[in-house]
Write a protein that binds this ligand. Structure first.
Ligand SMILES: Nc1ncnc2c1ncn2[C@@H]1O[C@H](C[S@+](CC[C@H]([NH3+])C(=O)[O-])CC(=O)[O-])[C@@H](O)[C@H]1O
Ligand SMILES: O=C(O)C(=O)Cc1ccccc1
Length: 259
């Protein structure tokens, strides 16, 4: 059995530092998961999302509790496959396989390279299929675990309930959806405080005021966070029976939703 200990152990991910927003831009384009982002993505997400390494690693631990024999585990919006790799480190249930899906060609190409690298080193890993496609158009197979790790916030708000309903319908008894998101807060003071603390987190991770401001304007049209209450109501409306938050660090949280 390979001795994995930390995020992405086993296959070296790119260590290129994120300086995408370091120079003043005449006009900040909308954020897109393109080649430039792919090159710096591991550094960007770790320095931007408080609790990200803890969420990813423990998502594997949680998934191992819900995985059912001979079922599919989905990693939706897989980016470079960090969640898929955590599933491979922790899930030992017989006959499970992972389907990772992302609609960014650049992400999918690099993700396949990482996972193929692992496959060639270790034989006993869960089989993985990486699909380049839109999760809104996915034909779901019966699944025991579905991970939406910071992906739903990039889906147009009007499509979110339909997507969650389709996920709910594909979930097997005993399975779970694990949903991680940036949160907004209905209470303006709470929202302002946690936003300021998130900015402090980014500053402490070496981002300048300019980088923070330009990244903020790049994501504001493409990433639309909801409140915890909105998530809970939408998940219940989509047919989930129980919603249990298991992690929050500043304005980033992860929930377990049970069928
Ligand atoms: N409609 C869509 N269909 C498929 N993929 C999509 C869609 N919309 C966006 N994406 C993809 O969702 C991913 C969101 S990043 C997930 C991090 C990863 N889960 C991680 O744990 O490292 C979150 C972040 O960067 O904050 C990107 O790779 C998009 O291409
Ligand atoms: O950077 C931010 O402010 C975020 O909210 C998180 C994020 C992380 C990576 C890509 C897009 C957004």
């Amino acid at each position: 059995m390979p001795a994995f200990s930390t995020y992405a152990a086993g296959t070296a991910v790119s260590k290129e530092p994120d300086r995408l927003f370091a120079q003043p831009l005449a006009q900040v384009p909308d954020f897109a998961f393109n080649e430039d982002v792919v090159r710096v993505f591991p550094d960007m997400i770790k320095r931007s999302v408080p609790g990200y390494p803890t969420i990813v690693e423990n998502l594997g631990v949680l998934a191992a509790q819900f995985a059912q024999p001979n079922s599919v585990l989905y990693d939706l919006g897989s980016s470079l496959g960090a969640v898929t790799q955590a599933l491979r480190r922790h899930v030992r249930t017989d006959g499970c396989r992972v389907i990772a899906v992302d609609n960014s060609a650049a992400m999918v190409e690099r993700c396949r390279e990482y996972l193929n690298g692992q496959d060639s080193m270790f034989q006993e890993l869960l089989p993985v299929e990486v699909i380049e496609g839109d999760i809104l158009a996915l034909d779901f197979q019966p699944a025991s675990v579905v991970a939406l790790n910071f992906t739903l916030q990039f889906i147009a708000p009007e499509h979110r309930t339909a997507l969650l309903s389709r996920i709910r319908q594909s979930l097997l008894p005993g399975g779970a959806l694990i949903l991680s998101e940036k949160l907004r807060f209905n209470d303006p003071e709470e929202h302002a405080l946690l936003t300021d603390l998130h900015i402090a987190f980014k500053r402490a991770n070496g981002y300048s005021e300019l980088e923070i401001a330009q990244k903020r304007s790049a994501i504001e049209n493409v990433m639309k966070p909801d409140s915890l209450e909105e998530h809970r109501e939408r998940l219940l409306a989509a047919g989930f029976s129980k919603v249990v938050p298991w992690f929050q660090c500043l304005n980033f949280a992860s929930l377990i939703a049970l069928p």
